[in-house]
Write a protein that binds this ligand. Structure first.
Ligand SMILES: [Zn+2]
Length: 225
């Protein structure tokens, strides 16, 4: 009786353990199979004191993103550039001082882009391959200088309007408009964007979309390589 009981107890433990293992093992493939497309989440204007909370939220919700850093902030907060990379983010160039690049001459544009490449690299963020002009303002000179540094210009398909005071609801709704391959504009400094992240993650997952990297070749969101 005692033997039987202890055997039963052991079996129960084994069954429970197996069930636990089964749950863990099936979860990962199910999630992978659920990626029917990829979108590019982008956060401009960091790194800043807001970056740690943003990175935590992204990690907790299984999201990766492209951080278009200002060079002046990368130079001031190098540890946050490294934190972005450690959290699985991609780091892009968003100019050094955030000027209206289309109002500058070629040598000033060159300085804005090259100093940012250097600041990000010096911080440990690698050499950016992606570039977003401030305000999305560009012209042929900006594009040619970017190309000189091996940078692909990335604007956006969907503007979250977080820079314009969009509510958390509105930011969630903007992300809901993303389709496969598209890129959304958000900002490192927006509290409403930070608050929106769990709902953005659920919304994308519900539509089979995963957060991907932005391809320097095509400028479209693709599976992380
Ligand atoms: Zn900006």
């Amino acid at each position: 009786m005692t033997l039987r009981r202890s055997l039963f107890a052991r079996l129960a433990v084994l069954v429970t353990a197996a069930a636990g293992t089964l749950t863990v093992n099936t979860a990962a493939p199910a999630q992978a199979a659920a990626c029917s497309g990829y979108v590019g989440l982008t956060f401009d204007d960091g790194p800043s004191g807001n970056t740690p909370a943003l990175l935590n939220a992204l990690r907790q919700n299984g999201l990766r993103a492209t951080m278009f850093n200002q060079g002046q902030y990368a130079a001031a907060n190098p540890s946050q550039v490294r934190a972005q990379v450690s959290a699985g983010m991609w780091v892009g160039n968003h100019s050094y001082t955030h000027p209206h690049l289309t109002r500058l001459g070629q040598s000033q544009i060159d300085s804005e882009l090259s100093r940012t490449q250097q600041a990000v690299a010096n911080a440990g963020g690698g050499t950016p391959k992606l570039f977003r002009p401030p305000y999305g303002e560009t012209n042929s000179t900006v594009k040619s200088v970017a190309a000189r540094y091996g940078l692909t210009q990335i604007i956006w398909d969907v503007d979250s309007q977080d820079w314009n005071g969009a509510s958390t609801d509105a930011i969630v709704q903007a992300a809901a408009r993303l389709t496969n391959g598209q890129v959304i504009l958000m900002h490192d400094w927006s509290a409403n964007t930070l608050a929106a992240i769990p709902r953005v993650a659920r919304g994308l997952a519900g539509r089979g979309l995963c957060a991907g990297m932005i391809s320097p070749q095509t400028g479209r969101a693709v599976a992380p390589g």
